[in-house]
Design a binder for this molecule. Structure first.
Ligand code: FES
Ligand SMILES: [Fe+2]
Length: 435
């Protein structure tokens, strides 16, 4: 299979088989997910030694744990004896992990310590140092934790690329511009959607274009101000330029906009004076810290393949976990500014819950679309006709309004499907095993 069998870059079309073929699903598990660096969680979930939570590294179930030396370990949650998960709690604090089948026990760094009958029945031949839990490579980036089991993968920084380091660092800055400014609130939200994982991925990657789906929520004005739109930034009066930003060599994408100029605070959080006062102070502090770069507003994006995020006043990070070609489990972390007063954290939590997730009004619209579109990739006639990704094709440009927006990324101003094309071009190369 060549990448050209899936995607026609000249025509701007993609085969619907990408969403429904079991053969392609098997290939993407091996060729897209195994070599990837994956978001697995956040350091604020591991405050003390012994703190742990369960996550996924690609498709693999993992334990993310802080050991007694303070290091973060990402361990395959599969006993080396017969494969049983050695940890069955979503989160907690532990001295060690003891498998509930035959009782092998492992340290927080995965080392195998206890084996029943070790001396009597293994005759001293069991080499415990070779039978610890399988450890992933780990990288911590401004509070976010990333992992891969691929020993041959390049470093996480190389995987991201220089420009995406800038965008991901910006995403993880608090509203006052401080690095690593967020903490997780309320555990990890998980739910399933009966569609291929790439419907969500391409929507987050570059879809500036489907406001039509969300007209009812726009009218309800579910943003913090309660006055305009579902977005908080809709209250800001300074004009801004929407952009699609893609690293075509790596498949990462960002939706963002850049304000024409720095400006005074526009009250976005009209619900309470205290919340408003907090955001006003943050706004001033951010401009002082970041200068001209404070004009950047990240809306969302995808770190290839399946780590997705939303921003612009509602910072969430998660992943689309493929269960089959037609079923996806979503994992979503909600973030609040670490140093914010509790009223701000509560206000944001309420906003997240009415916006996103299985009960969120906006994401329900999206899931309705993706679920119904999935059916359109499965029936024998419909699946023969490719999808169209021609929007603003041929007008991608490397020139950029501001140099600090990146050197390697390609930026397209206004509405485009440039990010989706970049995402799928990289995906198709991975599937076909093309370098
Ligand atoms: S499967 Fe874990 S001890 Fe046997
Ligand atoms: Fe949407």
């Amino acid at each position: 299979m060549n990448s050209a069998d899936l995607i026609d870059l000249e025509a701007g079309t993609l085969s619907r088989e990408a969403f429904s073929s079991d053969e392609i699903f098997k290939r993407e598990v091996e060729r897209v997910f195994v070599p990837a660096w994956n978001f697995v969680g956040h350091t604020s979930q591991l405050q003390r030694s012994g703190d742990f939570f369960l996550s996924r590294c690609g498709l693999e179930p993992v334990i993310v744990a802080r050991d007694n030396a303070g290091a973060i370990n990402v361990l395959l949650n599969s006993c080396r004896h017969r494969g049983m998960p050695v940890c069955r709690y979503d989160e907690g604090n532990a001295f060690s992990f003891i498998c509930s089948y035959h009782g092998w026990s492992y340290e927080l760094d995965g080392a195998l310590t206890g084996v029943p009958k070790l001396r009597e029945r293994y005759q001293g031949r069991l080499e415990r140092e070779k039978w610890g839990l399988v450890r992933a490579r780990v990288s911590v980036f401004y509070g976010s934790i990333w992992a891969t089991f691929d020993e041959t993968a390049r470093s996480f920084e190389d995987y991201l690329g220089g420009d995406m380091q800038f965008y991901l660092r910006s995403l993880l800055q608090g509203p006052d511009g401080e690095d690593d400014g967020y903490e997780v609130i309320g555990g990890i939200v998980k739910w399933q959607v009966p569609c291929n994982w790439k419907f969500g991925a391409e929507n987050f990657a570059g879809d500036h274009y489907h406001g039509y789906s969300h007209i009812s929520v726009e009218r309800l004005s579910i943003g913090l101000s309660g006055k305009t739109s579902r977005h908080n930034f809709a209250a800001v009066k300074i004009p801004r330029q929407p952009m699609s930003v893609a690293d075509p060599r790596r498949g990462h994408t960002i939706r963002a906009s850049v304000y024409k100029e720095l400006g005074p605070y526009d009250p976005q959080a009209g619900s309470s004076e205290e919340v408003n006062a907090y955001y006003r102070k943050c706004h001033e502090e951010r401009q002082r810290r970041l200068g001209d770069k404070a004009r950047l507003l990240i809306h969302g994006g995808v770190i290839f393949p399946n780590t997705h995020f939303n921003s612009a006043g509602r910072t969430t990070i998660g992943f689309w976990l493929p269960l089959s070609a037609s079923r996806t489990e979503v994992w979503r972390w909600l973030f609040v500014p670490r140093k914010a007063p509790s009223i701000v954290k509560d206000t944001l939590r309420d906003y997240y819950l009415r916006y996103a997730g299985p009960a969120g009004m906006v994401e329900q619209d999206d899931m309705e679309n993706w679920t119904a579109a999935q059916r359109g990739t499965e029936s024998p006639i419909a699946r023969k006709y490719p999808f169209n990704y021609q929007l603003a094709m041929g007008i991608e440009r490397r020139a950029r309004p501001d140099e600090w927006l990146g050197e390697e990324v390609i930026i397209t101003e206004d509405v485009a499907e440039h990010n989706q094309r970049a995402f799928y071009a990289h995906w198709a190369r991975c599937i076909a095993g093309e370098p």
